[in-house]
Ligand binder design. Structure first.
Ligand SMILES: [Zn+2]
Length: 158
C-alpha cells in the first residue's frame, strides 16, 4: 500500500535535513535517505563517501545497510525508502536486492548532474550508451563448476 503523500513529505524533510547535516559535516554530497517500515523510521543516513573513503557509501546504500542491521535481515520487504535524489543505478540495484518495492525521491538525477555528478551517464550505459569504462568477459570453466556447486547445495539465493 502506498504511504500517503503527507507522510512522504515528512520523511522527505527528514532525509533533506540529514543530507544537509552530512554535507556540512564533510561526510559527502548533498544526499540523504530514510528507510521506513509501518510508518516508523528504521534508519536514516546521509552520503558518507568522503568521510568513509567509500565510493559506494551513497545515502541510500548506508540507510539500507543500517536498516538491515536494525531489523537483522537482508530482506527489507515492506520497507519504504525516501531519498533526496533519484537513486543512481548502484542504489537502484541495492533497493531491488533489498526487496524494497516503494521509493519516494526528490530531485531527478539530471539535477544531480548539474552539480557535476555522473548519475545520468551511468544510467545511460544500461541503455547502450558509451560510459567511462570497458567491461570484458573472461570465460573460465572453474566458474561454471562454482555455479554448479552452488546450484547443488540448495543455499538461499543471495
Ligand atoms: Zn547512489
Amino acid at each position: 500500500m502506498k504511504e500517503d503523500l503527507a507522510n512522504a513529505r515528512q520523511f522527505m524533510e527528514l532525509a533533506v535535513e540529514e543530507a544537509r547535516k552530512g554535507m556540512h559535516a564533510g561526510k559527502g554530497g548533498p544526499f540523504g535517505a530514510v528507510v521506513v517500515k509501518g510508518g516508523k523510521v528504521i534508519s536514516i543516513a546521509s552520503n558518507e563517501v568522503l568521510s568513509s573513503s567509500d565510493p559506494t557509501a551513497h545515502a541510500e546504500i548506508v540507510a539500507i545497510r543500517r536498516a538491515g542491521t536494525m531489523l537483522k535481515t537482508y530482506d527489507l520487504t515492506g520497507c519504504v525508502l525516501y531519498t533526496t535524489g533519484e537513486p543512481c543505478p548502484m542504489c537502484f540495484s541495492a533497493i531491488v536486492w533489498a526487496n524494497i518495492q516503494e521509493v519516494y525521491y526528490g530531485a531527478p538525477m539530471e539535477e544531480a548532474d548539474t552539480l557535476g555528478f555522473r548519475d545520468s551517464k551511468i544510467a545511460g550505459y544500461f541503455r547502450g550508451e558509451e560510459c567511462c569504462l570497458t567491461m570484458t568477459r573472461v570465460e573460465n570453466a572453474a566458474l561454471k563448476e562454482l555455479y554448479e556447486e552452488y546450484r547443488t547445495t540448495g543455499k538461499t539465493i543471495y
